[in-house]
Design a protein around this ligand. Structure first.
Ligand code: 5GP
Length: 201
């Protein structure tokens, strides 16, 4: 089962995902491929698979990606292998952008789609500025992208407003836990229980 988590840059989705992974069992992070440079805090294979553009293009050509996009000049994508390897065994969290989420939606309809919103546009702007990772031009660009991305919210199953991290991560946990109780997910698990109720046992 896939949980596709999207939201504008700076809305805090990566922190949220990390937090939930610590608290919920049987959940894994979908590690994307990217051509962007590795940041000091990042680890190959944990945060991303860092690859050259030529390698990424080869993956596109060989149809190895379930979805992919270009963000601020860098390529990002989720490999089919990552989904096959982890998605069948556990609950897989995909931290991807709107374009990627739309691609997954057209292919894997049974996934759960979650949109993270900042409390206000001004708050998002302030968070990006405080983060100090981007130039003023890059912040401006991210805010413009956010304005466009936000229009896609009706395509998502759930909305989380990330005003307070604790509350937002509880809401994300609740979505994951309630999905686990869905009839279509529980079907296999309840077979022996139903059998135990059978009169001709
Ligand atoms: P960053 O470079 O800050 O790690 O991520 C930039 C953006 O890329 C974030 O919005 C993140 O959700 C998105 N992203 C990361 N991996 C993927 C991916 O595999 N596919 C898509 N479509 N977006 C991704």
């Amino acid at each position: 089962m896939l949980f596709v988590i999207t939201g504008p840059s700076g809305c805090g989705k990566t922190t949220l995902v990390r937090q939930v992974m610590e608290n919920v069992k049987n959940v894994q992070f979908s590690v994307s491929h990217t051509t962007r440079k590795k940041r000091n805090s990042e680890k190959e294979g944990r945060d991303y698979y860092f690859v050259a553009k030529s390698e990424f293009e080869q993956m596109i050509k060989e149809e190895k990606l379930a979805e992919w996009t270009v963000i601020h000049g860098n390529h990002y994508g989720t490999s089919k292998r990552e989904i096959e390897k982890k998605g069948t065994r556990c609950y897989l969290l995909l931290d991807i952008n709107v374009q990627g989420a739309e691609q997954i939606k057209s292919k894997l309809k049974r996934s759960v789609f979650i949109f993270i919103l900042p409390p206000l546009f001004e708050e998002l702007k302030a968070r990006l500025e405080e983060r100090g990772q981007e130039s003023p031009d890059s912040i401006k660009e991210r805010l413009e992208v956010a304005r466009k991305d936000i229009r896609f919210y009706p395509d998502f199953d759930y909305i989380i407003i990330n005003a307070k991290l604790k509350k937002a991560s509880k809401e994300l946990e609740a979505i994951i836990l309630s999905t686990r109780c869905r009839l279509d997910i529980k079907k296999k698990e309840i077979v022996p229980i139903l059998r135990s109720f059978s009169e001709d046992r």
